[in-house]
Design a protein around this ligand. Structure first.
Ligand code: IGP
Length: 260
């Protein structure tokens, strides 16, 4: 069993429990459920922004505890001030020490798109994302069938959410090309064995359609890498640990963007 299998198995139990606590009809009545989402593509095209999707990540299965002290609102405000095009907040608790409370706390202080970073296996989680203030959801091709991807993507679009579709290889990309997504992210980290290599980004970038935002995800720690990925055709860069591993992630992103 890979870590991804473990997370997905746990997720199905969590979702079943959540549905008992709060019905879909209740989620649809939450005040944030009605809000109009910010557009990720518009944010990326706004002058003065950096292309960085900056992530609030306390812990991860590959690194353990990354940052146990920096609070979500301080960090995401700092990311926004530094010119991030969007903010990613982990909401998984068991493996990443995140929560939906982190997501809605981030929403309170942000005026740029917010991504619910989650292992989505059920449309209920998409309704939750909307209800807690997300503008973007993540769909991970590695943990969804073609039928699931299609159904989840159409449901997210019906709620006005943006979709970041995550792939790791060409087969996953090919399965995703017909979906109504706003961005395609190439995860440089293999979620099955945690091996990180930027080769995935470089080999897939030209196969991603020009109509979607091209995102390179994970393992980025050097401003020079951003310049090279841009040169190769990427428009956005998902970065978590490199900022979160410092005692002041907001300061870390500010120094980083000066060099890109
Ligand atoms: O911390 P990093 O190496 O900068 O990576 C950030 C982000 O790409 C990573 O957290 C991530 C990418 N895809 C995911 C899917 C689930 C959980 C986490 C992720």
């Amino acid at each position: 069993m890979t870590i991804l299998d473990k997370i997905v198995a746990r997720k199905k139990v969590e979702v079943a429990e959540a549905k008992i606590r709060v019905s879909l009809a209740e989620l649809e009545g939450y005040p944030l459920f009605k809000r109009t989402c910010y557009s990720l593509q518009e944010s990326a095209a706004t002058a003065g922004r950096t292309g960085i999707i900056a992530e609030y990540k306390r812990a991860s299965p590959s690194k353990g505890l990354i940052n146990g002290t920096s609070t979500v609102q301080d960090v995401v405000k700092g990311y926004q001030d530094a010119g991030a095009i969007a903010i990613s907040v982990l909401t998984d608790s068991d493996f990443f020490q995140g929560s939906l409370a982190d997501l809605s706390a981030a929403r309170e202080v942000l005026s740029i798109p917010l991504l619910r970073k989650e292992f989505i296996v059920d449309s209920y989680q998409i309704a939750e994302a909307k209800a807690y203030g997300a503008d973007i959801i993540l769909l991970i091709a590695a943990c969804l069938s073609d039928e699931e991807l299609t159904a989840l993507a159409h449901y997210a679009k019906s709620l006005g959410l943006n979709i970041l579709l995550e792939v790791h290889d060409e087969a996953e990309l090919n399965r995703s090309l017909h979906l109504p997504v706003d961005a395609i992210g190439v995860n440089n980290r293999n979620l099955k064995d945690f091996v990180v290599t930027l080769d995935h980004s470089y080999s897939l970038v030209n196969k991603i359609p020009a109509t979607v935002l091209k995102v390179s995800e994970s393992g980025i720690s050097d401003p020079k890498t951003i310049r090279e990925l841009k040169e190769a055709g990427f428009q956005a860069f998902l970065i978590g640990e490199n900022f979160m591993k410092t005692s002041d992630p907001a300061f870390a992103i500010q120094s980083f963007v000066k060099e890109i």
